[in-house]
Design a protein around this ligand. Structure first.
Ligand SMILES: Cc1cc2nc3c(=O)[nH]c(=O)nc-3n(C[C@H](O)[C@H](O)[C@H](O)COP(=O)(O)OP(=O)(O)OC[C@H]3O[C@@H](n4cnc5c(N)ncnc54)[C@H](O)[C@@H]3O)c2cc1C
Length: 388
């Protein structure tokens, strides 16, 4: 058994772990060790994300996290030397029913109050202009904001990992956190198969697997995996690259253009025997085909490339918001979990806030108190107009 030490051990080398590691180095937080059980970066959810970025949310805290991330996104290439491929092509949310349209309007009021004033309401004829292949006659209206758009999750992760490693972070791939050693209410070490790493703190950045890592320290966190499937079309010249993320707000169906292909997504509530299953269900592909034909008739003759389609896991929390900060029972176990499908776009902000918490004792760029783990026990989950 080897013995080593690090001021901070981060469990999970996806975008969250990488962003936190990088920000810790920028604030002089001491030695940092990232443990990633996979053999290479992006093996978890980060490598399967579709790369949407938005500040159109229904709660102020999510809007603010996006705006904080956006500051870093626009300078990412200069800082990290990697192009994050941020394309501000907008998110277009479309509503079939008046009830859904009202939810979009309510969410927009939240966004404007939280400092994101880009969003405006659109009519069916605006929808036709913004996303020309949609059958706009099905919709009563919608909302659109131009600084929302696309990013490249793998490029972001690689840029952050490169920078973190250049700044002295040790990233150990093929290395699982196997157990966590406590003395009283504090963690004193993390164990891998052949190493004991003495540490001042552990940051849980284990995505959909975060509950199992927290359990090693004797802490329950309500983070569960949820399968998210992506159908990809064969190459097509139908869509311009600046087509916005186009979303049916009533049911969550949406598309993004990536290169010469189109990614199609639609929530699937079918129960799965294994919650960590990431196979693609052929009946889901058939469902998404039907919805696509209905919403985007121009795609009827464009085949779905089923073998290239994929699935990954969202890391769900009960109120679909991040769980952030220290745990009440184990003071040096810090959480950056439960982003519920928004972790790529928010990681840059969460990294910054986590580094503030570690170095200054509190996150100060944003008030993160509403995202503490104990909000569930207190019966104060985050609530707001439901924008997916
Ligand atoms: C289909 C799909 C589309 C998505 N689209 C978007 C999007 O458009 N925009 C967006 O912002 N987000 C999106 N997401 C969500 C996004 O992928 C996640 O929120 C984000 O990747 C979470 O990052 P993470 O670093 O926490 O998790 P991960 O990238 O999963 O990293 C966690 C890592 O922890 C490692 N790990 C787990 N247990 C251990 C252990 N015991 N020891 C060592 N390592 C361990 C895993 O191997 C994994 O690599 C999407 C997700 C999916 C599946």
């Amino acid at each position: 058994m080897q013995r080593s030490s690090a001021n901070t051990v981060i469990v999970g080398g996806g975008i969250m772990g990488a962003a936190i590691a990088w920000h810790l180095t920028q604030r002089g937080a001491g030695s940092v060790r990232v443990l990633e059980r996979a053999s290479a970066p992006a093996a978890g959810s980060t490598g399967r994300a579709t790369g949407g970025f938005r500040a159109q949310y229904g709660t102020a805290i999510n809007v603010q996290l996006s705006l904080l991330a956006l500051n870093q996104l626009t300078s990412f290439h200069d800082v990290h030397g990697v192009d994050p491929e941020y394309m501000p092509v907008g998110y277009l949310f479309m509503a079939r029913s008046l009830e859904t349209l009202q939810v979009l309007r309510d969410a927009q009021a939240v966004q404007h109050a939280a400092g994101y004033s880009d969003g405006y309401e659109v009519s069916p004829s605006d929808i036709r202009q913004l996303s020309p292949h949609v059958d706009a006659s099905q919709f009563t209206g919608g909302v659109y904001a131009a600084r929302d758009g696309y990013i490249n999750p793998k490029a972001l992760l690689q840029g952050l990992l490169n920078s973190a490693q250049r700044a002295g972070v040790t990233c150990s791939f093929n290395t699982s956190c196997a157990s966590i050693e406590r003395e009283g209410h504090r963690i004193v070490a993390v164990h891998t198969a052949n190493e004991r790493i003495a540490t001042d703190r552990v940051i849980n950045a284990a995505g959909a697997w975060a509950a199992s890592v927290a359990a090693m320290a004797g802490v329950h966190i309500p983070v569960t995996p949820k399968r998210r499937q992506v159908a990809i079309t064969v190459p097509t010249a139908l869509f311009a690259p600046d087509t916005p993320m186009t979303i049916v707000a009533d049911n969550g169906f949406h598309l993004r253009v990536r290169g010469d292909r189109v990614l199609l997504l639609q929530p699937d509530e079918t129960p799965v025997a294994d919650a960590f299953d990431t196979s693609v269900d052929p009946s889901w592909i058939a469902d998404v085909r039907r919805t696509t034909n209905d919403v985007i008739p121009a795609l009827r003759d464009v085949a779905i490339d089923a073998p290239s389609s994929w699935a990954g896991l969202y890391e769900m929390s009960p109120d679909r918001h991040l769980i952030f900060g220290a745990t009440p029972d184990v003071s040096n176990l810090l959480l950056a979990n439960g982003s519920s499908g928004h972790g790529v776009m928010h990681a840059l902000a969460i990294g910054q806030l986590m580094a503030e918490l570690v170095v200054d004792g509190a996150a100060h760029s944003l008030d993160m108190s509403s995202l503490a783990l104990d909000r569930f026990a207190r019966g104060q989950p985050i609530a707001g107009p439901d924008l997916l």
